[in-house]
Structure formats: structure tokens, C-alpha cells
Ligand binder design. Sequence first.
Ligand code: PNS
Length: 187
Amino acid sequence: MRKKIAIYPGSFDPPTNGHLDLVERGSKIFDELVVAILRNLDKAPLFNVTERVAMLEALTGQYSNVRVDTFDGLTVDYAARVGAGSVLRGIRALSDYEYELQMALMNRRLRPELETVFMMPADKYSYLSSRLVREVAQLGGSVKGLVPELVEQNLRGKLDPAYKLGEFAASPEHTSEGRKSRTRKKS
Ligand code: PNS
């Protein structure tokens, strides 16, 4: 039987717990799931593509059937290049529906054989978006519990000039817990 490959396209600026919830759900229903970060030259992102790839690779490393990639151009063309038959998208509140429906129907028009599959993240993430995470973090609010610790730390490193990390955390090894345990080992 042919492998069921899906792409999960998005900006992931930054990845949130809602995205990871969807990756976990998607990894259970597809043989292979490609988390595909759009290289969007129009937008000035908070995290560059390399940083987003590094974070997503670290955060999805436990799933053997999930990989991270980047793309530009049309989603439908990228899906065809990687042999995907489905596009996975998360749908949170009713407000997402119109935009997602437009995209799904446009993608269907462009490539009818590609199916869009919507999944709902856990309800505790139903109000969560990368845009709100960026806004709250930029204004000094806490995003604890909304993004993985790795992302929280990288947000702090980006936004708080007093927080001189001096390195971009790309794996759990670089989280505060990881650093604490390395320090403990030294002493
Ligand atoms: O996380 P986002 O920003 O909601 O993701 C939007 C994304 C990347 C899925 C969408 O902008 C997209 O597919 N862009 C690629 C260009 C394209 O195919 N446009 C037509 C879609 S109908």
C-alpha cells in the first residue's frame, strides 16, 4: 500500500504548544508528516527560517515519522514534490474557518487530488496563536505553558536585552534545566 504522506505547512513564528499538539495528532494518522515552514520573503519574522527549523527539529525529534523542511512557492506544488496526498491544518475557533476554507478550496482548485485534513488541537490551545504569543512576549507578558520551554527561552533571548544568552537554544540541552544540570555537574 502507498505511504500516506501529509504536509503540515505554516509560518511557525514561533512554534507553539498548539502546533506541537497537532504534530502529535498528525503523526498518529499519517505514515509520514512533513512540518513545512514557509519561506515568506514579504514578512519580517521574529525568528528566521534557520532558527525555526532548529526549534521544530528539536521539538519533534521524538516522532520517527515526522520531519521538518522549508518551502517557497505554492503549497500544492511543494506537496506534489514530496509526494504528499494531504495537507494538515489546525482549526481552532469558528473564526479560523473562513480563512481555512478559502485556502482549502483554492488548493483544491489548484490540485484536486490533494486533500486538506483539519484537526482540532486540545481545547486548552483553542485561543493560542503565534501572533498572540509574539505580542504577549514582546510586551513583557508570560507565555509559560503556551510554548515549549525551548521556545520560551529563545523568545526571552530575542526580546529582553538584559537577558544575554549569547547562544541560540536549539535543543532541550540548551534549556535552563539543561544548563542547570551542566553547571551542577561541574561543581
Ligand atoms: O501559519 P500560517 O501563516 O497560517 O500558514 C499559512 C500558509 C503557509 C499555509 C499559507 O500562507 C500558504 O499555503 N502559503 C503558500 C503560498 C500558497 O500556496 N498560497 C495559496 C494558498 S491558498
